[in-house]
Design a protein around this ligand. Structure first.
Ligand code: NAP
Ligand code: HSE
Length: 427
């Protein structure tokens, strides 16, 4: 049985999961591949940090010990960040090594370059763990759904924000407290603002959209809005509307181009994604031949993410055994236009404080009607000081229409504050 030697770059949440899985499933993995996969060396930043896993490997803080070791067959990059991860991956490919990475930040920005270099070098570059942790969505889009024209990808692809929104909804817990818990559990990014501001989901959506629509999408192409302005009041009103609030990553192939956006959305409880709670992720995909599909699982954490990384290592090992490379490199043969946010067509939830006086609601209806906006539902609650809180849900409109309507609504003296505006999806 041949030995496949791994150089692991990073021994944090994911790196530890990779070692744990390779150790606990060692016999099965050897039987499945006909090779023995061995972690030879591990790169860390700080050699003094106590580690939760141990093994028969060399710990080093010198990248050249690994990248220039001729016996290492596969570099597994689970360090994170853009640099030096990009440089190390490029060097590994130039050194004739195959690469497995979980690094969505890097792929969402430099995926094209890395795939091109891997192709030139005739080496594999696998990155299943970069989107939705343990869910095999990249393999599904690249291989299992390759027969289809994909029209829609809608995902809950950030575990931290789903965990926060679910805990706020089901247990009435405080935003800050739940965020801290998500960090302790290893779900959140080193800088959790990436999670709550929607950037982590946007990076993953850029990767998924490029694959689903065969057209290059980078993080800079994604419209992004985060969850920090969502309050307990919004969650309660959403529930009253028989809906919930989720951070959705939405990619649609429309007749005039690609609509790519990440934002909190009010989702009817009847939608298949509405029941996806906690740290779980799910991706809902519609293909012209297959119809609706949904992929569900844990999108973060040591072992779920490690599962995707180790499965990629196993696939690369099989390729080494058969002297082939089966990674499907860049398939962006389309160059599709991106739809501007002005042209996104959705319903909106608008929550505002107004003076509780006659004709206020009638005037609001008139101001919205002037922008050709009509309402699907209205909730009104009496508040102290002769004020009322009004929640308006519009029929689907363009963002430009909403902006025009809000301009005159803000100028109306009986409107005290506009507290929140949230898109509706699936309406
Ligand atoms: P992490 O816990 O912060 O671990 C990072 C590891 O990389 C640490 O061991 C660190 O060394 C090492 N490292 C970082 N920069 C380094 C450098 N310049 N030189 C040498 N070593 C360096 O990160 P993680 O959560 O495991 O995430 C790793 C990657 O997986 C990221 O790209 C992340 O986006 C992705 N990912 C994570 C999850 C998840 O659930 N956590 C899920 C999917 C994808 P020290 O230990 O010495 O500091
Ligand atoms: N911070 C990410 C999340 C980790 O919460 O989903 C997985 O990519």
């Amino acid at each position: 049985m041949q030995e496949i030697q791994i150089g692991l770059l990073g021994l944090g949440t994911v790196g530890s999961g990779v070692i744990q899985i390779l150790t606990q499933n060692d016999d099965d993995i050897s039987n499945r591949t006909d090779s023995h996969i061995k972690i030879k060396k591990v790169l860390v930043r700080n050699l003094q940090t106590p580690r939760s896993v141990s093994g028969n490997f060399v710990l080093t803080d010198k990248p050249e010990d690994i990248l220039q070791d001729p016996d290492i067959d596969i570099i597994v990059e689970v360090m994170g960040g853009i640099e030096p991860a990009r440089t190390y991956i490029l060097e590994a490919l130039h050194q004739g090594k195959n690469v497995v990475t979980a690094n969505k930040d890097l792929l969402a920005l430099h995926g094209h370059e890395l795939l091109d270099v891997a192709k030139e070098a005739g080496k594999d570059l696998y990155f299943e763990a970069s989107v939705a942790g343990g869910i095999p969505i990249i393999a599904a889009l690249k291989q299992s759904l390759a027969a289809n024209r994909i029209s829609t990808v809608i995902g809950i692809i950030n575990g931290t924000t789903n965990y926060i929104l679910t805990s706020m909804t089901e247990q009435g817990r405080d935003y800050e407290e739940v965020l801290k818990e998500a960090q302790t559990l290893g779900y959140a990014e080193a800088d959790p603002s990436s999670d709550v501001d929607g950037l982590d989901a946007a990076r993953k959506l850029a990767i998924l959209s490029s694959i689903a629509f065969n057209s290059r999408v980078t993080i800079n192409d994604v419209y992004v809005d985060g969850i920090s302005r969502i309050t307990a009041d919004d969650i309660a009103y959403a529930s009253e509307l028989n809906s919930c609030i989720k951070l959705l990553a939405i990619a649609k192939h429309q007749p005039d181009g690609l609509e790519i956006r990440v934002h909190p959305a009010i989702l009817p409880k009847s939608h298949p994604l509405a029941s996806v709670g906690g740290v779980f992720n799910a991706i809902y995909v519609i293909g012209d031949a297959v119809g609706e599909t949904m992929f569900f699982g844990r999108g973060a954490g040591s072992l779920p993410t490690g599962s995707a990384v180790v499965s990629d290592i196993i696939q690369v090992t099989r390729n080494i055994e058969t002297h082939s490379t089966s990674a499907i490199n860049c398939t962006c043969y389309n160059d599709l236009q991106l739809t501007k946010s002005d042209d996104f067509h959705t319903a909106f939830y608008i929550r505002m404080r107004v003076k509780d006086e006659p004709r206020v609601l009638a005037t609001l209806a008139l101001l919205f009607a002037e922008a050709n906006v009509s309402f699907a539902s209205i909730i009104q609650r009496q508040k102290a000081n002769e004020e009322a809180e009004i929640v308006l849900v519009t029929h689907p409109i363009y963002e430009a229409q909403l902006r025009e309507a809000l301009k005159s609504v803000k100028a109306y003296s009986k409107v005290l504050t506009i507290n929140n505006v949230i898109r509706f999806e699936g309406k």
